[in-house]
Design a protein around this ligand. Sequence first.
Ligand SMILES: [Fe+2]
Length: 300
Amino acid sequence: MQIDAVRPADGRQEHSADGRSVQEAPAQDRLRWGMVEFQVRDIIRSTAFWCDVLGFVDRGRNAGGKALGTTEETLVILHEGAGGPVDRRAAGLYHVAFGVPDQIEFSRLLARFSHQRQMFSPIDHTMSKAIYLNDPDGIGIEFALETPERFGRFSEMTHDFSVYDSDGCRRSGRDLLDVRAELKRLAEGTNLSRPIASGTCVAHLHFQVPRIEEALDYFQAVGFARNLFLPHFGFADMSAGSAYTHRLAFNLWAGRDILPPDSDSARLIRYSLFAEGVTDDCLRSDPFDIDMLLRPLVKD
Ligand SMILES: [Fe+2]
């Protein structure tokens, strides 16, 4: 296990020279994901899924595609052109995670998908709670509620992957979420059909790759910090400065000889990344041959 980036938890108490307690401001990320753009087979079918099922707002045409997001912000652009679904045996995006702003919204989405009888996987990662779904082309989608305050530390992880929560209890890091308990947090009469909440954002990207080291080196140069690196588990992730340390992840689970997807496949074709130190927009090709638009980060 390799942990290069250990950051203070939110709101940690420190003391000044005269002994007074000083409330340290929560650390902020120095990189932030922007829009993600996908090539899909049938834009009408995909728009219906993203809007009617997931709750994204149709924001009209943008950048030659269909813009989707919250009422305030475009998060996703869908482009026509794919002839086949996502190739799960090829390198590329494993899933995109959308961060929800609070527990109420997370429980509301769980209730919404349950009510719709959607196929989804609810997983408790301790550092976050997650709902996983696939869109009609097989694009992996996660809704994540980040809960770094529930995380204590990683275990040794020489042969396994597990974590200790903030109470010192050992957990797998991928337990089945207690859906019933999550739904109890929802007030009666909550509107399940309203769009995804303001503040929902692109929270992390997870790629399946043929070589993790190359990906780590590339994104470290962009500004991410190495967090976990578990060669025996075929997994690594990277942080961006805040207490939540999973902003970017890589796995080898599709094999070490995988190739980029056929250009005809449904896939992630472009994403934006706002980074400190970048002064002008700059279009690059990442190690997976996906367009990455690097943009200047303007802090709140
Ligand atoms: Fe994820």
